[in-house]
Design a protein around this ligand. Structure first.
Ligand SMILES: Cc1cc2nc3c(=O)[nH]c(=O)nc-3n(C[C@H](O)[C@H](O)[C@H](O)COP(=O)(O)OP(=O)(O)OC[C@H]3O[C@@H](n4cnc5c(N)ncnc54)[C@H](O)[C@@H]3O)c2cc1C
Length: 427
């Protein structure tokens, strides 16, 4: 049987030990079959197991193989489009519910880490950095907006404050979110998988779902086995392909790249990011960075529409990193990798149910570490018969990409070009 390993990355090189997980090779029966062992699938499985469901997870490669094991590790509250967009897109009751959930994902992660003793280098504090006065005004409005939903962990940073948290001359100010933070993302996924198994859940790795017989008694087929379940949860996100054609039609996989430097000296690390917060800038095509536990700078940015893997990642990311931190010109890059996230046209997540018993959540469009943990909770609530919060998300409009998948990449690239021009000119 073919075996897909983790792609080479700093996270794969520093992953905590995990058990050997077998591929599915027989026919099994369960309450819920979850497809995909990223945060969406694992969070769903964990919430279901905690409420007495039997759960089987099918993972095409390995736990955290997708974006969940490759991301920037930044715990960012709210969604890829902020709550003002949600307010315009959803009815007022749904917007109220979605708004109230916007700060729950970070809490769920922290509870999981504590309850299941997950070793994933969790640190508190995230900074949004502004490069111009328009971005600063946007952050001020964001603070007012989030505070309207009762969130009180934000602090505006002026030019001198931001120099105390990040040694970059390009920022004119920013906003600190004490409820943000960072983690080793693959180790979070591995810890959540161990928690799933500690509650009796079964995870099959190297077991791509290749067909779903949909209907009253769904069956999920892999090459050498099948899962019969009352419910199916589709959590394959950007790696799902065409397994569920309705989902592929309204989303687009995009790649983004990350590098990890060699370990910095303690002095240099403390000079760059004295409080050890993570940082993302306010550009549409944003850069994001933080320190690892062993004091490497982990720096990401850029988007490849259509998720083709770029040949030379370092040549894309290193110039961005040096623009932010010219003082790193002599520092080596030890690891460079790419990963796919799933873009939707609205940049809001797509949540829903097909055929009454096939549930899905996908497309958090870049910021998904917190949202995916919320998604697992609301899907589990819906399966338990409490669908109010699930329905609030499900009511957000979904749009097909104009011209279908063939044209979606060039169209979005045009959009990105427009936004990158806006970022550069600052209007
Ligand atoms: C490089 C990068 C950096 C990012 N940085 C950040 C960040 O710093 N902060 C943030 O908030 N968000 C970030 N994101 C986004 C975030 O990582 C994702 O939104 C989130 O991890 C998505 O989780 P998921 O479980 O939905 O999907 P994934 O983690 O991609 O998991 C999907 C899983 O499903 C499996 N799968 C797919 N098809 C099948 C099938 N047919 N059968 C079985 N299994 C299948 C895949 O193998 C995969 O393991 C980043 C994304 C990338 C790619």
């Amino acid at each position: 049987m073919s075996h897909t390993p983790y792609p080479s990355s700093f996270y794969a090189a520093t992953a905590n030990a995990a058990p050997l997980r077998h591929a599915l090779s027989s026919n099994v029966e369960t309450d819920v079959c979850v497809i995909g062992a990223g945060y969406t699938g694992l969070s769903t499985a964990l919430f279901l197991l905690e409420h007495g469901f039997r759960v089987v997870v099918l993972e095409a490669a390995k736990v955290g193989f997708g974006a969940s094991g490759r991301n920037g590790g930044q715990i960012v509250n709210s969604y890829s489009r902020d709550l003002d967009t949600v307010e315009r897109s959803a009815g007022s009751d749904a917007a109220r519910l979605i708004g109230a959930m916007a700060f729950e994902g970070g809490q769920i992660i922290r509870e999981r880490v504590k309850q299941y003793d997950i070793n994933c280098d969790l640190k508190n504090g995230g900074v949004f950095a502004a490069m111009n006065s328009k971005q600063m005004r946007h952050l001020e409005a964001q603070k007012i907006l989030w505070e309207r939903y009762g969130y009180r962990q934000l602090q505006m940073l002026d030019q001198s404050d931001i120099r105390d948290v990040v040694a970059c001359e390009r920022y004119i100010g920013g906003m600190l979110d004490q409820g943000g933070g960072h983690i080793h993302p693959l180790n979070l996924a591995l810890g959540e998988a161990a928690a799933v198994e500690s509650l009796g859940g079964i995870i099959y790795e190297q077991s791509p779902a290749i067909r779903i017989d949909r209907g009253a008694n769904p069956r999920v087929h892999t090459k050498h086995g099948e899962v019969r379940a009352k419910f199916v949860v589709v959590a394959g996100n950007a790696y799902l392909g065409n397994l569920v054609p309705e989902l592929a039609a309204k989303s687009m996989p995009c790649g983004t790249q990350v590098v990890a430097t060699e370990p910095l000296t303690a002095e240099l690390a403390a000079a760059l990011l004295p409080q050890d917060y993570c940082v993302e800038d306010c550009n549409y095509l944003l850069d994001y960075f933080r320190l690892s536990a062993d004091k490497r700078l982990i720096y990401g940015g850029g988007v490849v529409y259509g998720a083709r893997d770029p040949a030379d990642i370092e040549s894309i990311i290193r110039p961005k990193m040096l623009k932010t931190f010219p003082q790193l010109c002599d520092i080596k890059i030890d690891f460079a990798w790419t990963g796919n996230f799933l873009m939707t046209l609205s940049r809001l997540p797509q949540v829903g149910r097909l055929d009454g018993n096939l549930y899905y959540s996908q497309g958090c469009s870049g910021h998904g570490v917190t949202y995916t943990h919320i998604a697992g909770k609301v899907i589990a609530e819906a399966l338990r018969g409490q669908a109010e919060r699930f329905d609030a998300f499900a009511g957000l409009p979904h749009y097909p990409f104009p011209g279908g998948q063939r044209f979606s990449a060039p169209l979005s690239a045009l959009g990105a070009l427009y936004y990158s021009l806006r970022d550069r000119i600052g209007f």
